[in-house]
Design a binder for this molecule. Structure first.
Ligand SMILES: [Fe+2]
Length: 209
């Protein structure tokens, strides 16, 4: 079962958002989270990302940790640096080719990490339902409750900030796995991961679209 390392053994609070559809294969949808090129072209964040990888022993799970230095050119970058520090880091854990676990704000002073889950369901060739779920640690008392709710809200806001911009990609992408640049190394690693997965009992009737 996939989980967040930082939340292991802790009680959690989860909040499901409204699921929505993308006109895109679910594996392409999943790759957005580690697509270094689109950070600049779509999100206007000019960060050179270094990748570190960790694969689970059974091959069902893979962790991408992306780390980079904030440049100080655009307003968004300056804002990011002021609040988050000079390094930007996040990690994406993919499990079973259909779940993404995102940890944002990793190692940020004064702010705890934010967690969210993406569950992907292919409903037809080139059509995917994405279910976003916000997650945080369950905290004690009324102050703890309010803090947890606040963090869930922050996670939702961070996600909304990027989601609409990402929409431009999903509906227009023409993905060619043979035309990758060196910046696309995470995508190449993701494809390697997906291709070695064994179909589960549940994927039997769906086949490979
Ligand atoms: Fe994105």
């Amino acid at each position: 079962m996939a989980d967040f390392d930082e939340l292991k053994g802790k009680e959690i609070v989860a909040q499901a958002d409204i699921a929505f559809e993308r006109s895109c294969h679910h594996h392409i949808c999943m790759m957005n989270g580690i697509d270094a090129q689109h950070l600049k072209t779509i999100h206007h964040l000019d960060i050179k990302m270094d990748l570190s990888l960790h694969r689970s022993e059974l091959g069902t799970q893979i962790d991408f940790t992306m780390r980079g230095q904030f440049p100080k050119t655009t307003f968004r970058e300056k804002l990011g640096q002021r609040f988050l520090g000079s390094t930007y880091q996040y990690s994406m854990r993919y499990a079973h080719g259909c779940i993404g676990l995102l940890t944002m704000m990793k190692d940020v002073r004064l702010f705890p990490s934010l967690f969210m889950i993406y569950a992907y369901t292919p409903i037809a060739p080139g059509r995917t339902i994405i279910q976003p779920i916000y997650v945080t640690e369950k905290r004690q008392g009324i102050v703890g409750y309010l803090l947890s709710q606040f963090l869930l809200f922050c996670t939702r806001l961070a996600y909304y900030m990027l989601r609409d911009e990402d929409g431009k990609i999903y509906d227009n992408i023409r993905f060619n796995p043979n035309l990758l640049l060196s910046i696309d190394q995470p995508l190449a690693e993701y494809m390697k991961y997906v291709n070695q997965l064994k179909p589960s009992r549940w994927s039997k009737n769906r086949g490979v679209e």
